[in-house]
Design a protein around this ligand. Sequence first.
Ligand code: ATP
Ligand code: MG
Length: 364
Amino acid sequence: MSKAYNIAVLPGDGIGQEVVPEAVRVLKAIADIYGHSFQFEEMLVGGAAIDAYGTPLRDEDLEKCKQADAVLFGANGGPKWDNPKAEVRPEQALLWLRKGLELFANLRPVKVTDSMLDASPLKPELVKGVDLVVVRELTGGIYFGQPSKRWEENGQRHAVDTLYYSEEEIRRVVRTACDIAMSRRKKVTSVDKANVLSSSRLWREVATEVAQEYPEIEMEHILVDAMTMHIMRAPKSFDVIVTENMFGDILTDEAAMLTGSIGLLPSASLGARVKENGIRPGLYEPIHGSAPDIAGKGIANPTATILSAALMLRYSFGLENEASSIEQAVSKALSEGKATADIVRDGKALSTREMTDVIINYIY
Ligand code: ATP
Ligand code: MG
């Protein structure tokens, strides 16, 4: 029996306003084919909300996002609001959303289909068949630890940041990684710096304990410096990679380069809450930003946002067939060279809307 799902839609700024409506069209097509009921509620966020309301996200809209089953987010910011010293800034919205929705696990799948081999900066034989997910802890670690400050003493400038984790913060994100691995190839690579950092020794200890809850999963531990090499040298050997906030920040960008194309990669952020009906709310967004250089031209690649919508179906709603249907439709479009100008360079490039039409046409 199909359920009704409430989706908060936050296009934001720049190309966010062009690609998010396309992902919504894809979701509507899925609803028609599979007989689901998706209810969309659109809200302003980022610079658009600053212009309209004087704040990047109104309290009442944050509240609606908390009530929703999932949030589909575009991008924040642009030259118009580029002032790091301003009291209200577009990027604050995303931080408030992460905090308000308690999103502690950030997921970035990196899958290289044959149609993407040309775009990759690496050798095709190296990246062909890569299919991994990086799970990054999002609310702890050195970005949030206290003290974080600078001061002057004896005519010298000093600064400190603190890398702190509790065992519960580690446990829940490693469990999320293991849960994801259970429906994949059942391999988890936990990345740390346990030869130097106390927080990493705790990380490795807790990760090892969590692995005992999942006897079918093979867990390995790799030091982060070595990991930066392994990702480039043998990306196919990884299934699910889990790591703390700062290491994850760096490794997700590195892993994104395996595909060489920023317009293609989706992301998901999950919290701890699971509703009575089994829905696990989350926030879904492309990894790219607002791309001011191409905004308003109707040429942005909608793929990353459409694939983010597929992740929403898989991870928040548990609709695996529907998610796969979108993913194969995207692969098919790309493999036939039916894509936007960032991928297709010989004058046959499609517009944002045309590419989405092709994808919708390939959904089954
Ligand atoms: P932000 O600070 O919001 O992350 P940014 O400038 O760092 O912005 P992006 O907005 O992601 O990064 O843009 C980086 C480059 O990639 C730009 O040249 C942009 O045009 C291009 N780009 C980003 N997303 C897409 C897309 N969906 N389709 C085509 N090109 C894109
Ligand atoms: Mg950026």
